[in-house]
Ligand binder design. Structure first.
Ligand code: EPU
Length: 431
């Protein structure tokens, strides 16, 4: 088992480069299976959700070569539908994108239930309804399956809510369908735009990505292209929050400041200096923070993937703060772990109240999910004394080399294997 060991109380200073966005790289990687030609993907993040996806697609016949650790050549010619390895599919959420790809290219799908971070109920009803509107007959029993023997046909799909995953799956399914598909109330996240940009570079005809209405005119085939993954706004936002909490001055390179507007606005409201360049952001903080209220919302609102990282900041801020969660059904499990630092917090399913002016003491914590784990790292960097964090594997799902990046900013952090000491068994004396 791996653990992170962090000594708190050090300011962060310096410059780090933000990696490619996990949640853009994932749908783009799966989209390569719609294509019989080779695509070259630059700036792929080195995170385990990508490793798992590479393993799934390789097992299904996609040829993937690493030109460098962050540049992949992907050829989907040999992709065989309905052959996904159950265990790997069940380990991540993005494996649900196999449904859109399999139905779109072959008119049939069969995948195990996807996994992902435990953030409460994560239903797939909108995906299923969307596929049915495109003409597939779907079944949800032991696994997720569906068939459209004559292929999918373009249609108007109204999403009850702007789900990222359902929007991705509708785009994947409709790209090779006959006729035109319109997705109404679509998610507007930057990674939806990135997927459309990638597919259009392969010959797809997608307009409106980034707005609430996306139109996909089906094409018969795709061709290869070269694409660079956009920077990870959540990784950037996490480091911004960390500097705000510890104090110091850090410049992030390879960022798109527009994708971080809601995070920047909240940090500014707390009294943190945020300077935006063309593709850089500099964050300066004295560690003196004001209490604020945060409400999560789909993009361009404050991201649900960033609320946990703000909690340690709000716990020390001057004045009371609240976090209202409006996207995920259960995203406060991490607060029970943060409370071990000594901070006080009261929570219901969708509202957390933090009285502020708390001090945090180093302690042992266990990551509950990817972003909750990131919040524990920030708390440990801010706390007095030493902390350790277990379940590091959850953090590695979405953060590229966090130990190296934090160390380069002056943090005292290490990741070590720890072995459980088993109870000694009495043995008889020999000879
Ligand atoms: N929802 C439904 N029915 C559906 C689909 C979604 O009710 O068929 C609900 C969900 O229960 C949730 C809300 O809609 O309450 C939003 O879910 P969405 O589908 O947008 O989320 P997702 O596609 O499962 C992606 C990210 C998550 C991120 C959410 C919200 C990926 C691989 N995952 O999940 O990222 O929290 O969008 O922005 O892109 C993370 O990176 O740590 C992470 C959890």
């Amino acid at each position: 088992m791996k653990k992170l060991f962090i000594t708190g109380g050090r300011r962060l200073n310096g410059t780090i480069r933000i990696s490619g966005m996990k949640n853009a790289a994932l749908p783009i990687l799966y989209a390569c299976a719609l294509n019989k030609e080779t695509c070259v993907l630059h700036d792929m993040p080195q995170v385990s959700d990508i490793d798992t996806s590479v393993a799934i697609l390789t097992a299904m016949g996609v040829e993937i070569n690493y030109r460098t650790p962050t540049t992949l050549e992907v050829n989907g010619a040999g992709f065989t539908p309905c052959t996904s390895p159950e265990k790997l599919v069940g380990a991540i959420r993005a494996s649900s994108y196999l449904m859109g790809v399999e139905l779109g290219r072959f008119g049939r799908t069969r995948v195990a239930y996807p996994g992902g971070c435990p953030l409460g109920a994560r239903p797939l009803n909108l995906h299923m309804k969307g596929f049915e509107t495109l003409g597939a007959e779907m079944e949800t029993s032991k696994c997720l399956s569906g068939s459209a023997p004559d292929g999918l046909h373009g249609a108007r799909i109204m999403l009850d809510q702007p789900s990222v995953g359902a929007t991705v799956n509708m785009i994947l399914a409709a790209t090779l369908a006959t006729g035109t598909t319109t997705v109404i109330n679509a998610a507007r996240e930057p990674h939806i735009v990135a997927l459309a940009v990638f597919l259009n570079a392969c010959g797809a005809k997608i307009v409106g990505a980034g707005t609430t209405e996306i139109r996909i005119e089906g094409v018969t085939s795709l061709h290869g292209c070269t694409h660079t993954i956009i920077p990870d706004n959540i990784e950037a936002g996490t480091y911004m929050a960390a500097v705000a909490g510890t104090g110091g001055c850090v410049t992030l390179t390879n960022v798109i400041p527009k994708h971080l507007e809601s995070v920047t606005a909240k940090l500014s409201e707390m009294g943190v200096t945020v300077i935006e360049g063309e593709d850089t952001i500099t964050v300066r903080s004295e560690g003196e923070l004001k209490g604020i209220s945060i409400t999560t919302n789909p993009y361009p609102g404050f991201p649900t993937d960033m609320q946990a990282q703000f909690a340690p900041l709000l716990s020390v801020a001057n004045g009371m703060s609240t976090i209202t969660e409006k996207v995920s059904s259960n995203r406060f499990a991490y607060l029970d772990e943060l409370a071990k630092t000594g901070m006080t917090v009261s929570k219901s399913d969708s509202l957390a109240t933090l009285p502020g002016r708390q001090s945090m003491i180093g302690c042992s914590m266990k990551a509950t999910d990817l972003r909750g784990g990131a919040a524990m790292i920030i708390a440990a960097l801010m706390a007095d004394g030493e902390s350790d964090i277990s379940n590091v594997e959850l953090i590695e799902r979405g953060y590229d080399h966090p130990v190296e990046k934090l160390r380069s900013l002056g943090a005292t952090v290490a990741c070590r294997e720890v072995f459980k000491v088993s109870t000694p068994v009495a043995v008889g004396s020999i000879g």
